[in-house]
Design a protein around this ligand. Structure first.
Ligand SMILES: C[S@@+](CC[C@H](N)C(=O)[O-])C[C@H]1O[C@@H](n2cnc3c(N)ncnc32)[C@H](O)[C@@H]1O
Length: 319
Protein backbone atom coordinates (compact mmCIF):
# COMPACT_ATOMS: atom_id res chain seq x y z
CA UNK A 1 0.00 0.00 0.00
CA UNK A 2 1.24 3.52 -0.73
CA UNK A 3 0.97 6.33 1.77
CA UNK A 4 0.98 10.11 1.82
CA UNK A 5 2.85 12.19 4.36
CA UNK A 6 1.04 15.37 5.31
CA UNK A 7 3.18 17.87 7.17
CA UNK A 8 2.26 21.25 8.56
CA UNK A 9 4.65 24.05 9.48
CA UNK A 10 3.32 25.58 12.67
CA UNK A 11 4.55 26.90 16.02
CA UNK A 12 5.83 25.13 19.14
CA UNK A 13 2.79 26.27 21.14
CA UNK A 14 0.33 24.78 18.61
CA UNK A 15 2.04 21.37 18.27
CA UNK A 16 -0.39 19.45 20.46
CA UNK A 17 -3.53 20.98 18.98
CA UNK A 18 -2.27 20.38 15.42
CA UNK A 19 -1.45 16.76 16.30
CA UNK A 20 -5.01 16.31 17.56
CA UNK A 21 -6.43 17.71 14.31
CA UNK A 22 -4.31 15.27 12.26
CA UNK A 23 -5.37 12.36 14.47
CA UNK A 24 -9.04 13.41 14.09
CA UNK A 25 -8.53 13.06 10.33
CA UNK A 26 -7.49 9.43 10.76
CA UNK A 27 -3.72 9.50 11.35
CA UNK A 28 -2.54 6.55 13.42
CA UNK A 29 0.25 8.70 14.91
CA UNK A 30 2.22 11.88 14.31
CA UNK A 31 5.88 12.85 14.30
CA UNK A 32 6.92 16.22 15.66
CA UNK A 33 9.99 18.28 14.91
CA UNK A 34 10.10 21.20 17.29
CA UNK A 35 12.82 23.86 17.43
CA UNK A 36 12.13 24.16 21.19
CA UNK A 37 13.20 20.51 21.68
CA UNK A 38 16.54 21.30 20.09
CA UNK A 39 17.02 24.31 22.36
CA UNK A 40 16.55 21.97 25.35
CA UNK A 41 19.78 20.10 24.50
CA UNK A 42 21.95 21.65 27.18
CA UNK A 43 25.51 21.12 28.39
CA UNK A 44 25.65 18.26 30.82
CA UNK A 45 27.51 15.27 32.07
CA UNK A 46 28.43 13.95 28.62
CA UNK A 47 30.43 17.07 27.74
CA UNK A 48 29.76 20.49 26.34
CA UNK A 49 26.43 19.62 24.83
CA UNK A 50 25.16 17.19 27.41
CA UNK A 51 24.50 14.59 24.76
CA UNK A 52 26.55 11.79 23.26
CA UNK A 53 25.92 13.30 19.84
CA UNK A 54 26.97 16.88 19.22
CA UNK A 55 23.65 18.73 18.64
CA UNK A 56 25.34 20.79 15.94
CA UNK A 57 25.52 17.59 13.88
CA UNK A 58 21.79 16.97 14.15
CA UNK A 59 19.61 18.22 11.34
CA UNK A 60 17.05 20.46 12.95
CA UNK A 61 14.73 23.34 12.34
CA UNK A 62 15.75 26.62 13.91
CA UNK A 63 12.26 28.00 14.57
CA UNK A 64 8.70 26.82 14.87
CA UNK A 65 7.64 23.21 14.50
CA UNK A 66 6.66 20.70 11.86
CA UNK A 67 3.96 18.13 12.62
CA UNK A 68 3.73 15.22 10.17
CA UNK A 69 1.30 12.35 9.84
CA UNK A 70 0.97 9.40 7.47
CA UNK A 71 -2.24 8.40 5.73
CA UNK A 72 -2.92 5.42 3.46
CA UNK A 73 -3.69 6.74 -0.04
CA UNK A 74 -7.18 5.31 0.06
CA UNK A 75 -8.04 7.90 2.75
CA UNK A 76 -7.56 10.60 0.08
CA UNK A 77 -6.02 12.97 2.56
CA UNK A 78 -5.12 15.37 -0.27
CA UNK A 79 -8.83 16.19 -0.54
CA UNK A 80 -8.92 17.05 3.18
CA UNK A 81 -5.78 19.22 3.18
CA UNK A 82 -7.64 22.55 2.84
CA UNK A 83 -10.07 21.60 5.59
CA UNK A 84 -7.15 20.62 7.88
CA UNK A 85 -5.35 23.91 7.14
CA UNK A 86 -8.55 25.85 7.97
CA UNK A 87 -8.88 24.03 11.30
CA UNK A 88 -5.25 24.81 12.15
CA UNK A 89 -5.73 28.49 11.28
CA UNK A 90 -8.85 28.41 13.46
CA UNK A 91 -6.68 27.67 16.49
CA UNK A 92 -6.37 31.46 16.93
CA UNK A 93 -9.89 31.28 18.39
CA UNK A 94 -8.37 29.20 21.22
CA UNK A 95 -5.61 31.74 21.84
CA UNK A 96 -2.95 29.75 19.98
CA UNK A 97 -0.69 31.13 17.29
CA UNK A 98 -0.84 28.55 14.47
CA UNK A 99 2.16 30.07 12.63
CA UNK A 100 2.55 29.92 8.84
CA UNK A 101 0.26 26.82 8.42
CA UNK A 102 2.12 25.63 5.35
CA UNK A 103 0.74 22.23 4.36
CA UNK A 104 2.89 19.83 2.32
CA UNK A 105 1.83 16.50 0.85
CA UNK A 106 4.55 14.00 -0.07
CA UNK A 107 4.01 10.53 -1.52
CA UNK A 108 5.66 7.79 0.54
CA UNK A 109 6.44 4.49 -1.09
CA UNK A 110 5.59 2.00 1.59
CA UNK A 111 7.13 -0.99 -0.10
CA UNK A 112 10.43 -0.45 1.68
CA UNK A 113 9.03 -0.35 5.21
CA UNK A 114 6.85 -3.29 4.54
CA UNK A 115 9.55 -5.52 3.18
CA UNK A 116 12.57 -4.39 5.22
CA UNK A 117 11.90 -6.96 7.93
CA UNK A 118 11.38 -9.81 5.50
CA UNK A 119 15.02 -10.78 5.48
CA UNK A 120 14.81 -11.54 9.22
CA UNK A 121 11.65 -13.61 8.97
CA UNK A 122 12.08 -17.29 8.23
CA UNK A 123 10.05 -20.47 8.82
CA UNK A 124 9.36 -20.81 12.52
CA UNK A 125 8.15 -23.85 14.34
CA UNK A 126 5.48 -22.50 16.72
CA UNK A 127 4.37 -25.77 18.24
CA UNK A 128 5.10 -29.46 17.91
CA UNK A 129 2.90 -29.72 14.84
CA UNK A 130 2.86 -26.30 13.26
CA UNK A 131 5.38 -24.29 11.27
CA UNK A 132 4.68 -20.78 10.10
CA UNK A 133 6.31 -20.19 6.74
CA UNK A 134 6.69 -16.75 5.12
CA UNK A 135 4.73 -16.65 1.87
CA UNK A 136 7.90 -16.08 -0.17
CA UNK A 137 9.87 -19.07 1.25
CA UNK A 138 10.10 -22.46 -0.35
CA UNK A 139 9.61 -24.98 2.47
CA UNK A 140 8.77 -28.66 2.67
CA UNK A 141 7.35 -30.31 5.84
CA UNK A 142 9.96 -32.32 7.75
CA UNK A 143 7.46 -34.91 9.02
CA UNK A 144 4.04 -35.91 7.61
CA UNK A 145 2.12 -34.52 10.66
CA UNK A 146 3.71 -31.07 10.31
CA UNK A 147 1.11 -28.43 9.40
CA UNK A 148 2.27 -25.50 7.30
CA UNK A 149 0.74 -22.07 7.82
CA UNK A 150 1.70 -19.65 5.04
CA UNK A 151 1.85 -16.04 6.17
CA UNK A 152 2.68 -12.59 4.88
CA UNK A 153 1.91 -10.38 7.87
CA UNK A 154 2.67 -7.14 6.03
CA UNK A 155 1.88 -4.34 8.44
CA UNK A 156 -0.48 -6.37 10.66
CA UNK A 157 0.59 -7.92 13.95
CA UNK A 158 1.11 -11.65 13.97
CA UNK A 159 4.15 -13.33 12.44
CA UNK A 160 3.57 -16.13 14.94
CA UNK A 161 6.86 -15.48 16.67
CA UNK A 162 5.61 -13.21 19.46
CA UNK A 163 5.14 -14.93 22.85
CA UNK A 164 1.51 -13.76 23.03
CA UNK A 165 0.69 -15.40 19.68
CA UNK A 166 2.47 -18.59 20.73
CA UNK A 167 0.51 -18.72 23.98
CA UNK A 168 -2.73 -18.41 22.03
CA UNK A 169 -1.65 -21.18 19.65
CA UNK A 170 -0.79 -23.38 22.62
CA UNK A 171 -4.17 -22.69 24.21
CA UNK A 172 -5.95 -23.62 20.96
CA UNK A 173 -3.97 -26.86 20.76
CA UNK A 174 -4.89 -27.69 24.37
CA UNK A 175 -8.65 -27.24 24.04
CA UNK A 176 -9.39 -28.11 20.41
CA UNK A 177 -10.61 -31.51 19.34
CA UNK A 178 -11.97 -30.60 15.91
CA UNK A 179 -15.14 -29.05 14.50
CA UNK A 180 -15.30 -26.10 16.96
CA UNK A 181 -16.96 -22.82 15.99
CA UNK A 182 -14.64 -19.90 16.82
CA UNK A 183 -14.66 -16.13 17.19
CA UNK A 184 -11.15 -14.66 16.80
CA UNK A 185 -11.10 -11.16 18.27
CA UNK A 186 -8.20 -8.92 17.17
CA UNK A 187 -7.17 -11.25 14.38
CA UNK A 188 -4.24 -9.13 13.10
CA UNK A 189 -2.59 -11.15 10.32
CA UNK A 190 -5.24 -13.85 10.81
CA UNK A 191 -2.63 -16.22 12.22
CA UNK A 192 -4.79 -17.73 14.99
CA UNK A 193 -7.83 -18.30 12.77
CA UNK A 194 -5.76 -19.96 10.07
CA UNK A 195 -3.94 -22.09 12.64
CA UNK A 196 -7.29 -23.12 14.16
CA UNK A 197 -8.55 -24.14 10.70
CA UNK A 198 -5.42 -26.24 10.17
CA UNK A 199 -6.18 -27.89 13.52
CA UNK A 200 -9.65 -28.82 12.27
CA UNK A 201 -11.91 -26.00 13.44
CA UNK A 202 -15.41 -25.56 11.99
CA UNK A 203 -16.88 -22.10 11.31
CA UNK A 204 -14.57 -19.18 12.15
CA UNK A 205 -15.41 -15.48 12.27
CA UNK A 206 -12.43 -13.19 12.72
CA UNK A 207 -12.59 -9.50 13.64
CA UNK A 208 -10.20 -6.61 13.92
CA UNK A 209 -10.80 -2.94 14.55
CA UNK A 210 -7.99 -2.05 12.12
CA UNK A 211 -8.86 -2.15 8.40
CA UNK A 212 -5.23 -2.86 7.51
CA UNK A 213 -5.35 -5.98 9.68
CA UNK A 214 -8.62 -7.08 8.07
CA UNK A 215 -7.07 -6.84 4.61
CA UNK A 216 -3.92 -8.59 5.78
CA UNK A 217 -5.95 -11.46 7.28
CA UNK A 218 -7.95 -11.81 4.05
CA UNK A 219 -4.71 -11.98 2.06
CA UNK A 220 -3.28 -14.64 4.37
CA UNK A 221 -6.45 -16.71 4.24
CA UNK A 222 -6.03 -16.84 0.46
CA UNK A 223 -2.49 -18.18 0.95
CA UNK A 224 -3.90 -21.14 2.91
CA UNK A 225 -6.53 -23.01 0.90
CA UNK A 226 -7.66 -24.99 3.97
CA UNK A 227 -8.68 -21.68 5.59
CA UNK A 228 -10.67 -20.25 2.69
CA UNK A 229 -14.05 -20.24 4.47
CA UNK A 230 -12.92 -18.04 7.40
CA UNK A 231 -14.96 -14.82 7.50
CA UNK A 232 -13.09 -11.62 8.38
CA UNK A 233 -14.69 -8.28 9.17
CA UNK A 234 -13.88 -4.97 10.79
CA UNK A 235 -15.47 -4.79 14.24
CA UNK A 236 -14.79 -3.33 17.66
CA UNK A 237 -14.36 -6.42 19.88
CA UNK A 238 -17.69 -8.35 19.73
CA UNK A 239 -19.98 -5.31 19.74
CA UNK A 240 -23.18 -6.24 17.89
CA UNK A 241 -22.11 -9.89 17.48
CA UNK A 242 -24.61 -12.41 18.83
CA UNK A 243 -23.57 -16.01 18.28
CA UNK A 244 -23.18 -19.15 20.32
CA UNK A 245 -19.73 -20.59 19.65
CA UNK A 246 -17.39 -23.15 21.19
CA UNK A 247 -14.32 -20.88 21.47
CA UNK A 248 -13.61 -17.16 21.71
CA UNK A 249 -9.90 -16.45 21.28
CA UNK A 250 -8.35 -13.01 21.80
CA UNK A 251 -4.73 -11.97 21.90
CA UNK A 252 -5.18 -8.33 22.87
CA UNK A 253 -3.85 -6.13 25.64
CA UNK A 254 -5.31 -6.63 29.11
CA UNK A 255 -7.08 -3.24 29.09
CA UNK A 256 -8.99 -4.33 25.97
CA UNK A 257 -9.71 -7.85 27.23
CA UNK A 258 -11.63 -6.50 30.25
CA UNK A 259 -14.55 -5.04 28.21
CA UNK A 260 -14.48 -8.19 26.07
CA UNK A 261 -15.15 -10.50 29.05
CA UNK A 262 -18.98 -10.01 29.17
CA UNK A 263 -19.20 -10.04 25.36
CA UNK A 264 -17.30 -13.35 25.22
CA UNK A 265 -19.59 -14.76 27.91
CA UNK A 266 -22.71 -13.84 25.90
CA UNK A 267 -21.30 -15.40 22.71
CA UNK A 268 -20.15 -18.70 24.24
CA UNK A 269 -22.11 -21.93 24.51
CA UNK A 270 -22.12 -23.59 27.95
CA UNK A 271 -18.76 -25.42 28.27
CA UNK A 272 -17.29 -23.02 25.69
CA UNK A 273 -13.73 -21.77 26.10
CA UNK A 274 -12.49 -18.19 26.36
CA UNK A 275 -8.79 -18.15 25.42
CA UNK A 276 -6.93 -14.94 26.10
CA UNK A 277 -3.34 -13.82 25.77
CA UNK A 278 -1.49 -10.52 25.46
CA UNK A 279 -1.66 -10.12 29.24
CA UNK A 280 1.45 -8.60 30.78
CA UNK A 281 2.45 -9.90 34.22
CA UNK A 282 1.22 -6.85 36.18
CA UNK A 283 -2.27 -7.08 34.67
CA UNK A 284 -2.68 -10.85 35.00
CA UNK A 285 -4.63 -10.84 38.28
CA UNK A 286 -6.97 -8.05 37.12
CA UNK A 287 -7.92 -9.98 33.97
CA UNK A 288 -8.23 -13.31 35.79
CA UNK A 289 -10.47 -11.72 38.47
CA UNK A 290 -12.67 -10.06 35.83
CA UNK A 291 -13.18 -13.46 34.19
CA UNK A 292 -13.89 -15.18 37.49
CA UNK A 293 -16.35 -12.40 38.48
CA UNK A 294 -18.18 -12.94 35.20
CA UNK A 295 -18.60 -16.62 36.11
CA UNK A 296 -15.82 -18.19 34.05
CA UNK A 297 -13.88 -21.08 35.52
CA UNK A 298 -10.12 -20.57 35.16
CA UNK A 299 -8.88 -23.86 33.74
CA UNK A 300 -5.23 -23.12 33.07
CA UNK A 301 -2.72 -20.30 33.08
CA UNK A 302 0.01 -20.24 30.46
CA UNK A 303 3.17 -18.16 30.69
CA UNK A 304 6.00 -17.20 28.35
CA UNK A 305 8.58 -14.58 29.29
CA UNK A 306 6.56 -11.74 30.91
CA UNK A 307 3.34 -12.66 29.12
CA UNK A 308 0.37 -14.63 30.38
CA UNK A 309 -2.43 -16.51 28.68
CA UNK A 310 -5.60 -17.79 30.33
CA UNK A 311 -7.79 -20.74 29.39
CA UNK A 312 -11.21 -20.07 30.91
CA UNK A 313 -14.43 -22.04 30.52
CA UNK A 314 -18.06 -21.02 30.76
CA UNK A 315 -19.62 -23.58 33.12
CA UNK A 316 -22.38 -25.82 31.84
CA UNK A 317 -24.73 -24.64 34.56
CA UNK A 318 -24.83 -20.83 34.57
CA UNK A 319 -26.75 -20.56 37.87
C1 LIG B 1 -1.53 -8.42 19.63
S1 LIG B 1 -2.39 -8.31 18.09
C2 LIG B 1 -2.85 -10.01 17.87
C3 LIG B 1 -2.80 -10.47 16.43
C4 LIG B 1 -2.99 -11.98 16.24
N1 LIG B 1 -4.32 -12.39 16.70
C5 LIG B 1 -1.93 -12.76 16.99
O1 LIG B 1 -2.29 -13.46 17.94
O2 LIG B 1 -0.76 -12.69 16.62
C6 LIG B 1 -3.88 -7.52 18.62
C7 LIG B 1 -4.83 -7.16 17.50
O3 LIG B 1 -6.03 -6.68 18.10
C8 LIG B 1 -6.55 -5.62 17.33
N2 LIG B 1 -7.43 -4.82 18.20
C9 LIG B 1 -7.10 -3.89 19.13
N3 LIG B 1 -8.19 -3.37 19.70
C10 LIG B 1 -9.26 -3.99 19.13
C11 LIG B 1 -10.68 -3.88 19.30
N4 LIG B 1 -11.21 -3.02 20.17
N5 LIG B 1 -11.48 -4.66 18.54
C12 LIG B 1 -10.95 -5.53 17.64
N6 LIG B 1 -9.61 -5.67 17.43
C13 LIG B 1 -8.78 -4.91 18.17
C14 LIG B 1 -5.32 -4.90 16.82
O4 LIG B 1 -5.62 -4.14 15.68
C15 LIG B 1 -4.36 -6.07 16.55
O5 LIG B 1 -4.45 -6.49 15.21
Amino acid sequence: MDWTELSIITTSEAVEAVSNILMDHGAAGVSIEDAKDFEKLKPGRYGDHGEIVDPKDLTHISQGAIVSAYYPNNQQIDQQANQIAAKVRGLTAFGLNPGPVEVNLTPVVNQDWQTAWEKYYHPVSVSRFMTIVPSWEDYQPKVPEEKILRLDPGMAFGTGTHPTTRLSLQALEIVMQGGESILDVGTGSGVLSIAAKLMGAGEINAFDVDEIAVRSAEKNIKLNPAAKDIHVAANDLLKGIHQQVDIVVANILAEIIIPLVPQAWDNLKPNGYFLTSGIIKDKFETVRDAMADQGFEIIETLKMKDWYGIIAQKPKDED
